[in-house]
Design a protein around this ligand. Structure first.
Ligand code: SF4
Length: 448
């Protein structure tokens, strides 16, 4: 029986780091050879929670939610999007195992305590001069989403490391600025209880604390503030992910030393390689594929006087396409792929891994279209799955949808098959989160 591992994270339209952290663990797990296929899935980026399962050939799939709290996303969004009914879901011949979330693993408690100890060392003060402030996200919609941060605060209190220990929240009460009125100690050690160094931890939280972005030490309101890295940014997270997967019953392989070009999602791999063997070169979105290399198609106006930049590692290629010139491309399939680079196919299978790194989850859609079994979704079925603000998408009329399709999908390599039923070279099965977010903004603007 073949097995797959899916790391389910939030993703972001603003920061590359939120999903970037999850991809870094995907890379490590691929190189360890613990599963036949390893990939990520996101709410805000590609592949989406709803689409990821179609990219996998394995019959035993384990989904590990990379969230620091058991709450709205882990209890409602991921199960609704993936069609999960509990810890184990049978979908046709596939078993989907849904692991406990990261917040339920002792790993986070250990890291939180290490952060406090690191903060004390940096501040060079005794614990009786210190207040520890644990910042969670939480949301008023799901009261239990605050519990994980509060549990960590309780664990730190029991260690006796600090005079005061409190929790404040980005999207709940008490708010982050209240940390100053809720504590009296002259030194504040602030620990963001978040997975990644994304936009919340690098911009939103510092702003509310009175720090500049990137500032991790300052005097604010007469108090010395030490701002520590988020709890998810730690090497040992990979081990915690594996333990959660094993606990869910994942039939993982014994770790070995391999390559992070291995264990990519396999759906569509053989048809893609066969198409390139047959045709010699294949244009795929904004890529030109051959048995030797993958390059980006260059606009005719591009000056060809520079040799292409050679990209050899998965990390370098992902960095190039996600953050060209430090500009984040949140939609992997937007038609603004940077060009002027070349990635060699050192082995024949590398071709598929290169495409999947650039366009995560897209080879499966292309192959379904080629084989004539692609079935588009619809905005109606997408709206019905929504448990939050995106339910409003059901209110969009045809002309509003059309305007949004023209404005957003016109700059994308996928064809919006969910809208017009036309399959195209690479079909889009349903609105992506970027489209949904723009649609919601429009609905809310019209409501005002
Ligand atoms: S909804 Fe439109 S913009 Fe988004 S992935 Fe599909 S075709 Fe592209």
């Amino acid at each position: 029986m073949s097995c797959a591992l899916v790391l389910a994270g939030h993703g972001s339209h603003i920061s590359p780091h939120t999903a970037g952290l999850v991809w870094s663990h995907v890379d490590k797990l691929r190189a360890m050879g613990v599963a036949d296929e390893v990939t990520a899935a996101f709410w805000k980026e590609m592949p989406s929670f709803h689409q990821v399962l179609r990219t996998l050939s394995a019959t035993d799939i384990t989904v590990v939610p990379i969230f620091t709290a058991q709450g709205y996303f882990t209890r409602m969004v991921i199960p609704a999007e993936m069609g999960l009914t509990g810890a184990i879901t049978q979908q046709g011949e596939k078993i989907i195992r849904y692991a406990r979330t990261l917040s339920e693993h002792p790993y986070l408690t250990q890291v939180t305590q290490q952060r406090v100890e690191a903060g004390l060392a940096r501040a060079k003060v005794q614990g009786d001069q210190v207040a520890v402030v644990i910042i969670g996200h939480s949301t008023r919609r799901t009261p239990e989403s605050r519990l994980a941060a509060e549990h960590q605060a309780q664990c730190i209190r029991q260690t006796g490391l600090a005079r005061e220990v409190i929790t404040v929240f980005l999207d709940d009460d008490p708010s982050i600025p209240e940390a100053f009125s809720l504590t009296t100690a002259p030194t504040l050690i602030v620990i963001p209880f978040f997975v990644a160094a994304g936009s919340h931890t690098t911009l939103d939280v510092p702003r509310q604390l009175g720090l500049d972005p990137e500032q991790c030490e300052a005097e604010v309101k007469g108090r010395q503030v030490f701002y520590l890295p988020p709890v998810g940014v730690d090497e040992s997270l990979t081990e915690a992910i594996l333990e959660l997967a094993r606990e869910a019953g994942a039939p993982l392989h014994r770790p070995r030393s391999g390559s992070n070009w291995d264990a990519f999602p396999a759906a569509g791999r053989e048809p893609l390689m066969e198409a390139v063997r047959r045709t010699g070169t294949l244009d795929f979105g904004q890529l030109r594929l051959s048995a030797q290399a993958v390059t980006a198609l260059e606009p005719e106006s591009a000056a060809a006087d520079q040799p292409p930049e050679r990209l050899e590692s998965a990390e370098a290629l992902r960095q190039k396409v996600r953050q060209p010139d430090d500009h984040f491309r949140p939609l992997a399939v937007s038609a603004d792929l940077p060009f002027g680079w070349r990635a060699e196919c050192a082995l024949p299978e590398r071709l598929h891994a290169l495409v999947e790194t650039i366009y995560p989850g897209v080879v499966a859609l292309w192959a379904e279209a080629q084989q004539g079994h692609f079935r588009p979704g619809s905005i109606e079925s997408l709206s019905q799955r929504q448990t939050g603000i995106f339910r409003k998408l059901a209110d969009l009329d045809q002309s509003q949808q059309m305007a949004l399709v023209e404005g957003t999908c016109g700059a994308c390599i996928l064809h919006p098959s969910w809208f017009d039923g036309v399959v195209g070279q690479i079909p889009c099965p349903e609105p992506c989160n970027l489209w949904m977010s723009r649609a919601l903004k429009q609905i809310e603007a019209e409501e005002k």
